[in-house]
Design a protein around this ligand. Structure first.
Ligand code: ADP
Length: 260
């Protein structure tokens, strides 16, 4: 469904490439987690998928069509982006979610658009929030609104950049459960970065580990081993099994290497 084939990208013509032939495959309804150190190129890969940057080599296909050749509007009808800490400005929750439908309605929202927003707010248990000002909500609540807005786009794929970065653990858990439920119910794919390995295991079906500009390891939970984590993050962790789930314990930095 989403297929990145040998994507290369550099910010400056003279600079080093950030992506050096990154490839990944995500099927409809799957949740893929992109993992890698800070600066490994996760956001850069997302921005190539979202059309904010154009790959200098390789191709990105979505349902068999070349994403880089699609118009912004065509892309927005397929892919929604949930950035890390979204700032909506002084809008009501209802209007913030309605903004997600811009690629559907063009100049003026129709009755069907209003209905679609009402339905999403209902589905996500946010009806009582409709007339509240988003700027006055907590980080966790705002993140939920960001997901609701992405849902209003009726995308086939949602891209999340560290969706729980600024949240406490209970909100982190809530957002992940919510996103997972939506993905399952509506058969939407999610591609997300996440820095917490345990949350990643809880959220993802498939895992992509980015290092040196390529996806070095890809696959289901079975591919994640202590050696893979050591190679990607330069830390020693222990993986134990609790209730048939892998759990990451401890972790100390390998040799004198420091994560930046
Ligand atoms: P991650 O999301 O994994 O932390 P990024 O994709 O943000 O990584 O960054 C990858 C590399 O690209 C880093 O070395 C970063 O400094 C560089 N980079 C990111 N954005 C820009 C930019 N706008 N101009 C030049 N270099 C950039």
């Amino acid at each position: 469904m989403l297929s990145c084939n040998n994507v290369t990208f550099r910010y400056d013509r003279s600079g080093l490439p950030v992506l050096r032939g990154a490839s990944l495959e995500l099927e409809q309804g799957e949740i893929g987690i992109l993992l890698g150190k800070n600066g490994s190129g996760k956001t850069t890969l997302f921005k190539n998928i979202l059309g904010i940057h154009k790959p200098s080599g390789g191709e990105i296909l979505f349902q068999g069509q070349n994403l880089t050749k699609m118009s912004r509007r065509e892309r927005a009808r397929r892919i929604a982006y949930v950035p890390q800490d979204i700032q909506f400005g002084e809008l009501t929750v209802f209007d913030s979610v309605l903004m997600g439908r811009v690629s559907h309605f063009g100049l003026k929202a129709s009755h069907a658009d209003y209905e679609a927003v009402e339905k999403i707010l209902q589905d996500m248990g946010l009806e009582s929030y409709a007339q509240r000002n988003v700027a006055a909500l907590s980080g966790g609540e705002r993140q939920k609104i960001a997901i609701a807005r992405a849902m209003a786009q009726e995308p086939k794929l949602m891209v999340f950049d560290e969706p729980t970065g600024n949240l406490d653990i209970s909100n982190e858990h809530l957002i992940i459960q919510e996103a997972k439920k939506l993905a399952r119910e509506k058969n939407i794919s999610i591609l997300s970065s996440l820095h917490d390995l345990n949350q990643a295991m809880n959220f993802g079906d498939k895992f992509f580990f980015l290092k040196d500009g390529v996806v070095k390891y890809a696959g289901g939970k079975e591919i994640i081993t202590e050696d893979v984590i050591l190679d990607i993050f330069d830390i020693h962790v222990h993986i134990v099994e609790i209730e048939n789930e892998k759990v990451f314990v401890g972790g100390h930095i390998h040799g004198n290497l420091h994560e930046h």
